[in-house]
Design a protein around this ligand. Structure first.
Ligand SMILES: [Zn+2]
Ligand SMILES: [Zn+2]
Length: 92
C-alpha cells in the first residue's frame, strides 16, 4: 500500500504559498482539499494519505486494527460461567 504525503506550502517539493498557476501546485492543493473516504475530514497539507479510495493513514490504521488485530478483541467476553448455581441449595 503506497503512502502519499502532501508537502506543506513553502517546503521543498511543496506547492507555492498562496495562489499560482503551476499545474503541480494546483494538483497538490486539490489533494489537500480532498476528503478522507473514511472519516470525511479534509486531508490538508503534511498529512499521510494512503489507500484506494484515499484516506488518512491514521484512518487506514484504525480500519486495519478493527478488522484483524487481536488488540481489538472485545473486553467484555460474553461467555459467562454457567455452572455456578448448579450445586446450591436444594439437596441438603
Ligand atoms: Zn506554484
Ligand atoms: Zn480520515
Amino acid at each position: 500500500m503506497s503512502v502519499v504525503i502532501i508537502p506543506t506550502p513553502g517546503m521543498a517539493g511543496g506547492p507555492c504559498r498562496g495562489s499560482c498557476d503551476h499545474a503541480k501546485c494546483h494538483t497538490m492543493r486539490a489533494m489537500a482539499d480532498d476528503k478522507c473516504h473514511h472519516c470525511g475530514g479534509r486531508f490538508g497539507f503534511g498529512t499521510k494519505i494512503t489507500g484506494e479510495p484515499a484516506m488518512h493513514m491514521r484512518c487506514a490504521q484504525t480500519i486495519a486494527a478493527r478488522d484483524g488485530a487481536p488488540a481489538t478483541h472485545p473486553i467484555h467476553d460474553p461467555v459467562a460461567p454457567h455452572n455456578v448455581t448448579t450445586h446450591r441449595g436444594d439437596k441438603n
